[in-house]
Design a protein around this ligand. Sequence first.
Ligand code: AHR
Length: 666
Amino acid sequence: MLKSITTFLYAVLIYAMFTGNFASAQQATKLTLRLDQSVTALSPVLYGLMTEEINYSYDGGIYAELIRNRIFKDNYKNPDHWSLVKNVTDSSAIVLDNKHPVNEALTECLRFNLATEGKNTGLANDGFWGIPVFPATNYRGSFYAMTDGNNPGPITVSIESTDGKTTFATANIAGVSGNWKKFTFNLTSTASVTSTADTRFVIRPSVKGSYWFTLVSLFPPTYLNTPNGNRRDIMQLLASMSPKFLRLPGGNYLEGNMFSTRYNWKNTLGPIDNRPGHQGTWGYRSSDGMGLLEYLKWCEDLKMEPLLAVFAGYTLNRDFVEAGPFLKPYVDDALEEIEYVTGDTTTRYGKLRARDGHPAPFPLHYVEIGNEDGFDMSGSYDGRFAQFYDAIRSKYPTLQIISTTGGKDFLGQRFPLTKRVPDIIDEHYYRNAFEMESDAYHYDNYDRNGPKIFVGEWATREGKPTPNFNSALGDAAWMTGMERNSDIVVMSCSAPLFVNVNPGGMQWESDLIGYNTLTSYGSPSYYAQQMFSNYHGDKVVNMIGEGIPVQVQKLNHKDSLNKVTPKTYPSLFYVTTRDSKTGRLYVKVVNAGDAAKDVTLDIQGVPSVKSSGKIVVMKADKPEDTNTITEPDKIKPIVLSYKTFKKNFSYNFPKYSITLLQIDTQ
Ligand code: AHR
């Protein structure tokens, strides 16, 4: 007993020495805000988003296409997600066909041989875990079709229940002939339907014969009604985070498992009719409906900038191209990609972008060379980075160039770059809550003279499919550290962003936003990040903590069997930013401990503060508490008005809570 008390007190002392607080846990907790002292700037682009095709992020996620395997390339042996709806005596059949290409992209199609008439036989697609049916909703559809019959009659398209008993919306198509032709249609559900995903999309020719179909597509209303656009509910969740940038297109998805499956942006341009799609890195094929221009429009719609990651000649199977002439085509490809994003319409690729429907160039300030190249054991990144760096710097001198070998949690530090100094280094951290909280001071002692830091992937990974409240506490503690050090941490984005929570939808646990076919929700971590991103000033205030309480690391079963001594570390984390124009303060306090804490806040360096202000608080009864697809609103921030702010006041921070105090100085 005596030994454990001694260990505990020793740990408190070590922590106090480390943070400079020199106070025991018994001392009253006080946070002093020194507004009279010099401040550092908070990066205006600190909070952004990271995206890639993982966990059905695009197909079956934000990209609103409802038909799965729309060009029949998901499986060269079977028409996955397609089936024949027929009675047992009907000899109608479907078979994959690659002998009737529409063009170079649409090389596969489905042949549907209708053997009987009047029996309701049809070709069904089960969508991404069903087709979402909502009341009074208009769906826009299309497909390529042809037939060998002379008088094929109308083709009926419907959204119906999976048992075929209820039709939610239906339309007829006429004019199918012996040559490929694209048909479009509208399906509208009635106002009285109850939302459901227990559904399928069905195509029913009426006259016997053979029919061929490909690029079968169906869209619900999209965000801002953009054609080939995004799901409204998910975009709304993202908009509520006020992100400043989108890191695209990955992640591993950028690299590909091999050269032939890297993210080849040129294959993702133009009408979807020209997109062959490609095998992604997370076990399924991508339609590439989310192409480069769709990414850029996504940015435009949410008023954020793209942070463009370019393929850097290294793939996940560790294949790579050494710097030199063989790398040059990839460097040129990156320059062309940048031109597609930023060039005016007199440039070759700017002109192409205009042809694709967007004459205006997009803003671009950041280009990242590859992804997690610290994993490249060959050490080729130093040379590859230098070659990309030189070419980009020479053509686009104002672009900030990001390298990917940073990060304490990855091997990258073994490969410091010697040939060129990046403007920014991308660091990745995937951890549990203890690791995040105990390392919340990570950047306090970072080199201020080196490259800036982009925390391009980070997450507290407790809870699946989406993080629980303990993760939100870990995230919030970590974000206090990033805000406090935003003079060097200029950008950050957690990852992965999305998960489809349907069975088989998740490849990576603990993802910020979850959804199924009908609806979506934010995890507690999502709301923590929303709070940090939406409430901040432009200057970081010097804040001194005294008597900061500690918490004891929870041991897992294995650790306790091994008699590992629990570690102690702070349980209260804090940061304040100030709006230099209005004087408004944003005080963020994270109480990760299991007890409420009375804290004295002492605001020094201003004559007075307004008594009325705002409080935003998010808390949980237990660290394991979470939101789910069926209970999406269990944990959310609540906004309260507060009338008794003073220059020196006491506030009780609940156990397991993240609190923002918005105080106006005067
Ligand atoms: O976010 C999931 C994966 O983690 C990313 O694709 C990769 O960059 C990292 O290893």
